[in-house]
Design a protein around this ligand. Structure first.
Ligand code: NAD
Length: 297
């Protein structure tokens, strides 16, 4: 034990923890005293992140258009979570959700713009359904812009905050999804860069996460449409088999961990960044040459 002042002592283990983890983390709870608002938190990635944040000491507002599921999620997480019905296509809903976070928990430190939809859009640009394009953009892009706008409204006066968004690997390289979804996610990556360039002046960080395929309801719905009659377990396997990293699958918890990092003091100098969580999928393409004995001269 080391003595500091009268009556205060600290064990060797605790001292080692402080040197490796820093003074800011209290018992490893990285978001102690913070308040977060997460859109699309009734399900999938948003729910996994809400759980992670609450377990790390945060108070979390779950904003989603699925009322029952959102209320159930908040109940599961206990008194440090609260639900508000919110359709991100309605600016007034987002504005209310931000105000609700402040009236319920006194402040807003973290805004995670995660709500999003996939879509069954024709694959060729020639057949692009522009009405569907507008609908998807109104959720995946306009909803994110509205979230950032209203979070900034309350974060700028406090000159602090962390804003996160969910983009996708489909916005990083082409050819992974139909154009509509890919364009919406590439745009989120662009939004983060332009908004971070302004909000840096106020000490507010803006980052996004680009997940690889995870069998959440959003993906499973698409999979059921593509493979009618195939059971859910098999569909999960098909999704996981598209990954490149041997021995691991991309899961909602991986995105929750990335969100925890970006939201916390651990990422205090990370800004305007797109954190790709894809097991390396978008970083390389393997060259597969035929075996010498298969090449006929
Ligand atoms: P999910 O379907 O489990 O969750 C999406 C949530 O968003 C749902 O709870 C839904 O009710 C909510 N939502 C949809 N439209 C909304 C609206 N207008 N207003 C408020 N809430 C709304 O799916 P998920 O995979 O967890 O998706 C979360 C985010 O992750 C989305 O932005 C999605 O595009 C993105 N993403 C998912 C994957 C994946 O493979 N699952 C990969 C990359 C990116």
């Amino acid at each position: 034990k080391f003595g500091f002042s009268k009556g205060v002592s600290i064990s060797r283990t605790s001292l080692a923890e402080i040197f490796t983890k820093g003074f800011s983390t209290q018992h490893g709870r990285k978001l102690e005293g913070k308040v977060a608002l997460i859109t699309g938190a009734a399900s999938g990635i948003g729910k996994a992140t809400a759980t992670k944040f609450v377990n790390n000491g945060a108070k979390v507002v779950i904003a989603d258009m699925q009322r029952q599921l959102g209320q159930d999620t908040a109940k599961e997480l206990g008194s440090n979570a609260a639900f508000i019905a919110c359709d991100v296509t309605k600016e007034s809903d987002i504005s209310n959700a931000v105000d609700f976070a402040i009236s319920k928990f006194n402040q807003l430190d973290i805004m995670y713009n995660n709500a999003g939809v996939a879509c069954n859009s024709p694959s060729s640009i020639v057949d692009l359904d522009l009405a569907l394009f507008d609908r998807v953009m109104s959720i995946n892009v306009r909803g994110v812009m509205a979230g950032i706008k209203h979070a900034s409204r309350v974060m700028i006066p406090r000159r602090t905050g962390s804003i996160l968004c969910t983009a996708s690997v489909t916005g990083v390289i082409g050819g992974l999804s139909q154009h509509t979804y890919a364009v919406s996610k590439a745009t989120v990556i662009g939004i983060v860069k332009t908004v971070a360039s302004e909000l840096r002046k106020y000490g507010i960080r803006v980052n996004c996460i680009s997940p690889f395929a995870i069998p959440t309801p959003l993906v499973m719905e698409e999979m059921s449409r593509l493979y009618p009659g195939v059971d859910a377990q098999r569909l999960v396997e098909i999704v996981h088999n598209t990954g490149t990293l041997e021995g691991e699958n991309c899961e909602a918890i991986d995105i929750a961990n990335a969100a925890l990092y970006l939201a916390s003091e651990d990422a205090k100098y990370v800004n305007g960044h797109n954190l790709v969580v894809d097991g390396g999928f978008t970083s390389f393409k393997s060259l597969e040459f035929p075996a010498p004995d298969q090449v006929v001269c």
